[in-house]
Design a protein around this ligand. Structure first.
Ligand code: CA
Length: 414
């Protein structure tokens, strides 16, 4: 290299024999450099293409694994609905969806165990299916991969939506609406949520706990006047005022109006005036909008805070000093745990909550016992995940049981 350039730098004016050789060498080097970069670029883009294809394959696998998990969960809930209908007595009931995990490995293990008894065919030993030349013909069964022979894994979690407080019930007239308002207020009253009602949202607004309830009610109710709240009343806790509920919405940079209809999804909670991201996030798991507005609150929740809310609202005196006594509160919650542990997958009943209150010297309200609380549910959220390679796909489905596999109220793929 140095020779080549030093010869040129020598500057003889015309290219001598050595100069021509140098030129040839330069062309060869340049050509090799160009070719190398082309080959590297080609190898790189091929590598990227392969990765993209593998990723797309894994994404598709993961998506279908998540769909499988969703379907398994829906099947379990269908079995639950059959049980709920055939067993009249709640004390004999069984929460099958809590007892059986929807997990790919568990299901595969179960399938392999079942197959092991019939025939000793190891998974993956069968040749791939011969595809038929003619469309619309059945794939021959002998060439099929056995059930459970798939790559990746899936699982699903089921949540009981009716064990959460239904915000749409705030619009119910009479005892049911008043009771729901008291439930919501009781839940958000805990002093650990103080910070949520002290900080401003992105619109520099701040709402009190009472305003939080009023804004939700005004967003879904049919009329256009602002409500007032009186939680001391047994029924009709919301009353109309003379002011306009829209005044909270018109000052936003992008104006919009309250919906004046029931929530269709939990995503709409963010539209309520005065709502902040943190406020919505804090109660996302304890509130719902999916169950029927006449459905009762299922007392079967594992959340201690929710259990305490139920105990308080069932008590004749929700503000009894016993509820401020940490020792008594812990004792009541422990008692519920003991009852649950004695029959792990049987539902707790409102009567058992009442019994716990009585054990601690508190009287239970009989008027709400069977009208506001229940032990069975129709509405569930299924959070399903499928994983293949590095790709995870999740599907969230809300279903309401209808005698079959249920009606889908909400569906989202991520
Ligand atoms: Ca309204």
């Amino acid at each position: 290299m140095m020779r080549v350039f030093s010869d040129k730098a020598g500057g003889t004016g015309t290219l001598g024999k050595r100069g021509r050789r140098g030129m040839a060498l330069l062309m060869v080097i340049t050509t090799i450099a160009v070719l190398t970069s082309v080959v590297v670029e080609f190898a790189y883009s091929t590598h990227v293409d392969v990765r993209l294809a593998a990723n797309a394959r894994d994404a598709l696998r993961a998506q279908y694994l998540a769909k499988s998990a969703t379907n398994f969960a829906r099947l379990l809930l269908y079995v639950q609905s059959l049980l709920d209908r055939s067993v009249g007595q709640a004390s004999m009931n069984f929460r099958v969806w809590e007892a059986i995990p929807v997990h790919g490995d568990a299901i595969r293990g179960f399938v392999e165990a079942a197959r092991g008894e019939e025939e000793a065919t190891p998974v993956g030993s069968l040749p791939p299916a011969q595809l038929s030349q003619h469309l619309g013909q059945l794939v021959p069964a002998e060439g099929l991969q056995p059930f459970g022979n798939y790559q990746g894994t899936f699982f699903a979690e089921i949540e009981d939506e009716e064990a959460k407080i239904n915000l749409n019930k705030l619009n119910n007239p009479g005892l049911s609406g008043a009771f729901t308002a008291q439930l919501v207020f009781q839940l958000i009253s805990d002093e650990r949520w103080d910070f949520l009602f002290e900080e401003e949202n992105t619109h520099r607004e701040r709402v009190t706990r009472e305003e939080f309830l009023i804004r939700i009610k005004d967003f879904i109710d049919e009329n256009e006047v602002e409500s007032a709240l009186d939680l001391t009343l047994a029924t009709g806790v919301f009353a109309d005022t003379a002011s306009d509920e829209e005044r909270h919405y018109v000052r936003y940079p992008q104006r919009y109006r309250p919906k004046n209809a029931l929530f269709d999804s939990m995503d709409e909670i963010h539209l309520v005036a005065g709502m902040s991201e943190r406020l919505a996030a804090a109660f996302q798991d304890r509130f719902t909008v999916y169950p029927d507005i006449n459905s009762k609150l299922n007392v079967n929740t594992r959340d201690p805070m929710q259990r305490l809310t139920i105990l308080r609202l069932m008590a004749r005196e929700p503000h009894h000093p016993a509820f401020e006594n940490l020792y008594t509160v812990e004792s009541m919650l422990r008692e519920l745990d003991v009852m649950q542990a004695s029959m792990p997958f049987a539902p707790l009943t409102p009567q058992q909550f009442a019994a716990v209150l009585q054990m601690h010297g508190l009287e239970a309200r009989q008027d709400v016992m069977n009208t506001e609380f229940s032990t069975t549910s129709q509405t569930y959220t299924i959070r399903a995940s499928g994983q293949a390679g590095d790709v995870v796909q999740t599907i969230t489905t809300v279903v309401r049981l209808d005698g079959g596999l249920g009606k889908v109220l909400y569906y989202r793929e991520d």
